[in-house]
Design a protein around this ligand. Structure first.
Ligand SMILES: Cc1cc2nc3c(=O)[nH]c(=O)nc-3n(C[C@H](O)[C@H](O)[C@H](O)COP(=O)(O)OP(=O)(O)OC[C@H]3O[C@@H](n4cnc5c(N)ncnc54)[C@H](O)[C@@H]3O)c2cc1C
Length: 395
């Protein structure tokens, strides 16, 4: 039996980050990944804010492909609302490279990495956890961290709560585009991407390569593939997608509605496994890393104190919740409003925003990681938006 202080399931960015943080304190850390290679398959559009780089010690130039200054939001009837454009609001990263760099750093700090090692079972046994992997390894650890993505086995095995919903995503890397490299194109509407939105993100500074994709509600009548092929033919997106070549397909699930409980004795869950994802954009890298920083802090304290009780590990839940919990909670409230908007209402609001020239407000207060910061200034400028509030307050 192989013995570790900590075993981490899932070598995505979040598992890799937590592993590195704990290993640098000289604890014995094992990181298990079911795939053969780190960073593939890619299930991500790769749009992040520069805050992500506050957590990880990777030179931006190694992974950043492009800088984004604004967005064009295309309404269901084809109106276009321009927001931003003034400064860099987001970065486009090569997600495969990003994951590989995080894991490389983690390994340099002492993490032992097991590839092609699917964790099949986890069993609590007195004051430790025993794992079995597809490589027939028997592992014993004091602390188990589930960073195993949207359909986390660790979350289910230890009966932690479930995300509220799972969006279904699909996308592709495309070349031969002729788009504005400074802007992402966002398309909304029930026929485009029911319950969420579609995107085209320029991945180079020339506007000749991009990532196109969309997410839909889990209960949508048709498959993501259906909407994706329609997206390439829609009148509004066609000018951006005509004659493009698809070089790679991506897919994936976005869990929304952060878990009510992310710990139990000897176990923590983090990242997508805990649905620590922004409900308004589906972005989980920044929020996941933020929560991962609390996860590693408490894991280290638990190891130093040799205390793996549920009572002690609860500190992790309290810390991440105090930091980003309210934002994620409000995000779910905005999402509820957004999901219930008809195409007609979306058109109406987009038109209203266009007329009110809210670009300035969005440029000043807009923050992809903290969309709630925009609410007060927007309501001040557009009091009629208050009509939407009763549905939030009812909750
Ligand atoms: C279509 C789409 C677009 C997205 N776009 C963005 C974006 O633009 N910006 C952004 O910030 N976020 C985006 N996200 C979300 C982002 O990809 C996730 O939030 C992020 O990957 C979470 O990282 P993680 O490490 O928690 O989980 P993951 O990246 O899912 O990593 C989990 C790892 O665990 C492994 N694993 C699972 N089970 C086991 C097991 N039993 N044994 C061993 N290994 C296991 C998996 O193979 C995987 O490597 C997008 C997601 C989708 C689906």
């Amino acid at each position: 039996m192989l013995e570790y202080d900590v075993a981490i399931v899932g070598a995505g960015p979040i598992g890799g980050y937590v592993a590195g943080k704990i290993a640098e304190k000289k604890f014995k850390v094992a990181l298990f990944e079911k795939h053969k290679q780190i960073g593939t398959p890619v299930n991500c559009a790769g749009l992040v804010t520069k805050r992500v780089f506050d957590f990880i010690d990777i030179p931006k130039k190694n992974v950043v492909q492009n800088e984004i200054k604004g967005a064009h939001i295309h309404s269901p009837s084809g109106n276009i609302l321009t927001i931003g454009g003034d400064k860099v609001h987001a970065l486009v990263i090569d997600r495969s490279k990003f994951d590989r760099e995080i894991i490389k750093k983690s390994e340099e700090k002492g993490t032992e990495i097991f590839l092609e090692s699917n964790v099949l079972s986890a069993q609590k046994s007195r004051n430790h956890i025993e794992l079995k992997t597809s490589q027939d390894h028997d592992i014993k650890c004091k602390l188990l961290v589930g960073a195993d993505g949207p359909y986390s086995k660790i979350r289910d095995r230890f009966a932690l709560s479930e995300p509220t919903e799972f969006l279904r995503g699909i996308g592709a890397e495309i070349t031969n585009t002729n788009i504005n490299p400074d802007f992402v194109e966002i398309f909304v509407g029930k026929n485009i991407a029911p319950g969420f939105f579609a995107w085209i993100i320029p991945t180079n500074k020339h506007g000749t390569e991009a990532r196109a994709g969309l997410c839909i509600n889990q209960d949508s009548s048709y498959s993501p593939k259906h909407y994706f092929s329609k997206f390439f033919k829609s009148n509004y997106s066609l000018p951006y997608l005509k004659d493009v070549k698809i070089t790679k397909h991506i897919g994936g699930i976005v869990p929304l509605g952060a878990l009510k409980k992310t710990y139990t004795s000897n176990v923590l869950v983090v990242g997508d496994a805990a649905a620590q994802v922004k409900p308004t954009s589906g972005g989980g890298i920044y929020t996941g890393l933020l929560c991962a920083s609390h996860c590693s802090t408490i894991a280290i304290e638990a190891l130093q104190k040799n205390d793996f009780t549920s009572q002690f590990l609860k500190k992790y839940h309290k810390l991440w919740y105090a930091n980003i919990g309210r934002e994620l909670y409000l995000g779910m409230k905005f999402r509820k409003i957004y999901k219930n908007l008809t195409d007609k209402q979306m058109d109406k609001y987009i038109e209203k925003f266009q007329n009110l020239k809210i670009t300035e407000i969005i440029s000043k207060y807009g923050d992809i990681d903290y969309p709630s910061k925009l609410v007060k200034p927007l309501l001040k400028k557009t009091p009629s938006l208050l009509k939407l509030l009763p549905s939030i307050l009812k909750e």
